[in-house]
Design a protein around this ligand. Structure first.
Ligand SMILES: [Zn+2]
Ligand SMILES: [Zn+2]
Length: 304
């Protein structure tokens, strides 16, 4: 049953990637070979090391891995040797400004991330967060002191006020980056200020710590349940190729997660999940009457 389901999901995913390649090439009027296209499902991310101590002092130590996806979307992963959380960070560029989602798990990593982003663009950068947990915002300070960069506070009040959510957490809102709109939906439950970010251009939705290949820590069960239903309903009206989380904690073996605190994951799960995964999660959450730890193949629901 699992294999059958997985096969059909992989087929759906492959068709989606192929059609995105074609539509991208058609709209950009560029030769096929020059289009930037990464198969996000097969990216080999930096995944720590057996012996981090000997690596981090090397002059060529890689704090962040950068992947460019289409011309104006970037994904960064922080090295698990810098922090075992190894979070992912997303950058979407419009014509007028860029939206950075999260800043990483360390203060020093934030400084390096600023440098990487300024190598990419001089546009004003707005730093928002998937949620306020420290492994997604400890790099914020490096951005606060930079010209042309602004940092949005964390906590549901700050997020609501900044973006002008009028009916939190029920209604989405959007931000215009100049010819590129990013939509945001409140999905509290892992924390009080979780947001999903949907980008129609890349057909990605960033789902933060709410849904990713790992342990889905749920602090407020009822809120989380409502958020997963809201997220699934919202995404069913979008054109989604990839659900992009902010960690990988699962191995490539279904239901097998790496222990908490692992700094070396040589056989980790691929990062992108698909729309099918949010439907699987919704079905399970609707069926459960009380908090329960539930493995679902690519992730594990994990009440705190
Ligand atoms: Zn979190
Ligand atoms: Zn996290």
């Amino acid at each position: 049953m699992w294999n059958q389901q997985r096969k059909s999901r992989l087929l759906h995913f492959a068709i989606g990637v192929f059609s995105l390649s074609l539509s991208y090439c058609a709209t950009q009027s560029q030769p096929f070979a020059s289009a930037i296209q990464v198969d996000l499902a097969s990216v080999n991310w930096i995944h720590g090391a057996e012996s981090c101590e000997s690596l981090v002092d090397d002059s060529d130590y890689q704090e962040w891995q950068k992947i460019q996806y289409l011309p104006q979307s970037f994904i960064f992963r922080q090295n698990k040797c810098s922090h075992y959380e190894g979070p992912f960070v997303y950058l979407f560029l419009g014509k007028e400004k860029g939206l950075l989602v999260d800043s990483g798990a360390t203060i020093s990593g934030g400084l390096k991330l600023v440098e990487l982003i300024r190598d990419i663009t001089d546009l004003p950068i707005l730093l928002a967060h998937t949620h306020g947990h420290s492994d997604h915002r400890l790099g914020d300070d490096a951005f606060r002191n930079q010209q042309g960069m602004s940092v949005i506070g964390v906590g549901s009040s700050a997020v609501q006020n900044y973006f002008g959510f009028s009916n939190w957490p029920h209604e989405p809102t959007a931000i215009d980056l100049g010819g590129r709109e990013i939509e945001m939906l409140p999905i509290p439950g892992h924390s009080d200020d979780d947001l999903a970010f949907y980008d129609a251009q890349s057909r990605m939705v960033v789902t933060g710590d709410t849904l990713y290949p790992g342990r889905l820590y749920v602090s407020d069960w009822l809120e989380y349940r409502k958020s997963i239903i809201r997220l699934a309903d919202w995404l069913s009206q979008k054109s989604v190729l990839f659900l992009m989380g902010t960690h990988i904690e699962m191995s490539a073996t279904p239901n097998l997660d790496y222990p908490i605190g692992t700094t070396y994951q040589p056989n980790e799960h691929r990062l992108p999940l698909s729309l099918a995964d949010v439907y699987i999660l919704r079905e399970k959450m609707e069926a459960l009457e009380s908090p329960e730890r539930v493995p679902l193949g690519s992730f594990i629901v994990w009440p705190n």
